[in-house]
Unconditional design. Structure first.
Length: 211
């Protein structure tokens, strides 16, 4: 996966980090979303990711786990079909490719910009950055559409689905017509996490590229 597509997936992850918390399973999507924003400080989950690139046959599939501690610290690990680690330490973003033994380093705010990843800052200022609307219910999942107000975010829209007080699915559409879909499995809200969740030291011997 390229650094660009990693950041696209990461933006989707970041939106989830802002949403993971407690809510009312019977509430509509917007009510659950707003409750979730004030909920979880930490989280742990499994995910399945499917990226459908416009103009290409077939989709890219991946799976893994992620941990987060708001604001801005997370560990996003791809396990299948390849191994890749993305770590945010609140200041910098580290993307480690095990096969290449290479680490790409960027400033966290510069790398994620004004995309849904801005939710990592923990300000919870969703309504100042996105137009939010109810998107109905399908198979017991309540959906919310979030469209960025700024024109230069690289994203057209994000759709998030909630059920039983937890985010279950997310669909991210970028301005190139590509669609990233995340489906969440086991989700542990507010677990006690290892303080070393997001180490900022690259693996020994790895090439470091960037800031």
């Amino acid at each position: 996966m390229t650094a660009s597509s990693v950041l696209t997936a990461l933006a989707a992850l970041a939106a989830v980090l802002g949403l993971a918390g407690a809510g009312d399973a019977r509430a509509a999507g917007l009510d659950q979303l707003k409750s979730f924003l004030d909920g979880a400080k930490t989280g742990r989950a499994t995910f399945r990711q499917v990226v459908a690139n416009k103009g290409k046959v077939g989709a890219q599939e991946a799976a893994g786990t992620f941990l987060f501690a708001r604001p801005g610290r997370f560990r996003w690990a791809y396990e299948k079909p390849y191994e890749q680690l993305i770590v945010g330490d609140g200041d910098k973003l580290w993307i480690y490719d095990r096969d290449l033994n290479q680490v790409i380093v960027r400033k966290l705010d510069r790398a994620l910009g004004a995309s849904p990843a801005s939710l990592l800052a923990g300000s919870n200022a969703l309504e100042s950055n996105f137009d939010l609307t109810e998107a109905g219910r399908t198979d017991g999942v309540e959906f919310v559409d979030a469209k960025p107000k700024a024109a230069d975010t690289g994203f057209e829209s994000v759709r998030i689905g909630f059920r039983d007080n937890l985010p279950r699915t997310m669909e991210l559409r970028d301005t190139f017509g590509n669609v990233t879909t995340l489906t969440f499995g086991a989700f542990d809200r507010n677990p006690v996490l290892d303080p070393g969740l997001s180490p900022s030291v690259p693996p020994k011997g790895a090439d470091v590229v960037g800031e």
